[in-house]
Design a binder for this molecule. Sequence first.
Ligand SMILES: C[S@@+](CC[C@H](N)C(=O)[O-])C[C@H]1O[C@@H](n2cnc3c(N)ncnc32)[C@H](O)[C@@H]1O
Length: 249
Amino acid sequence: MEATSWYTREEDWVLKRSIIFNKNLVRLTFMEVDRLIRLLGGVKEGARVLDLCCGIGRHSMELARHGFQVTGVDITQPYLDTAEKNAAKQGLNIEFVQGDMRSFVRPGSFDLVVNLCTSFGYFDDVEDDLEVLKNIYTSLAAGGKFAMEILGKEVIAATFKKIEELEFEGYRVVAESRILSDWSRLECKRRVYHDGVEKEIVAYHRLYSAVELKSHLAAAGFRNIKVYGDFGGSPYDNNAKSMVLLAEK
Ligand SMILES: C[S@@+](CC[C@H](N)C(=O)[O-])C[C@H]1O[C@@H](n2cnc3c(N)ncnc32)[C@H](O)[C@@H]1O
């Protein structure tokens, strides 16, 4: 399979749904949003928030519960269908839009853009990643903020496992990872066993160090760029579990 198209394979995202959005992860959403708002030094009442690559809308819904006007954008329609259904069930008014992060742009329309849970670095061409950052910058109002959470190169290097086996919620997953192109790309092949069916799913992620991402953000126009090791604001050091970047327009 050509690396280029892996993220557009809807049936793969559908199969991965219970693996990505497992109960343990979904349970963290309340805390993640609460801590992120604090880390941002608060977000003004009624702020317009874009959840870019919103998936099934777990952060979108939590942000809407805080009273923000939320737009969730994602490429995978079945995820958006779930998001819409869940939001309606909870009486939350959220705009969900099917779109590609490389082309979604609404100039000056948001006070905050979030891109969470390693939803960046999917493309073969680094120029596409830069385009995404430029779109985010353009979509922010003056003084607006951007928050990204991603597994950084440093964290992956510290925790790398060639083979990982997981079993939960009726799924058995055998994941095999490879570092490609001088630590610039990660290939993750997952064999998924579920209901007697076996399927292989391949994903590629560009590996970014904090310094590399900071320089891309600066090139897109962002200022006051800060890096943390989690949503609580711990340092991005050898103990970091993730990379949280904050930046301002
Ligand atoms: C790891 S999931 C994270 C979802 C969500 N941010 C969360 O934390 O629950 C990555 C998401 O990116 C979406 N995605 C992949 N490629 C995309 C693209 N080119 N444009 C917009 N969304 C994309 C997928 O459909 C998926 O929902």
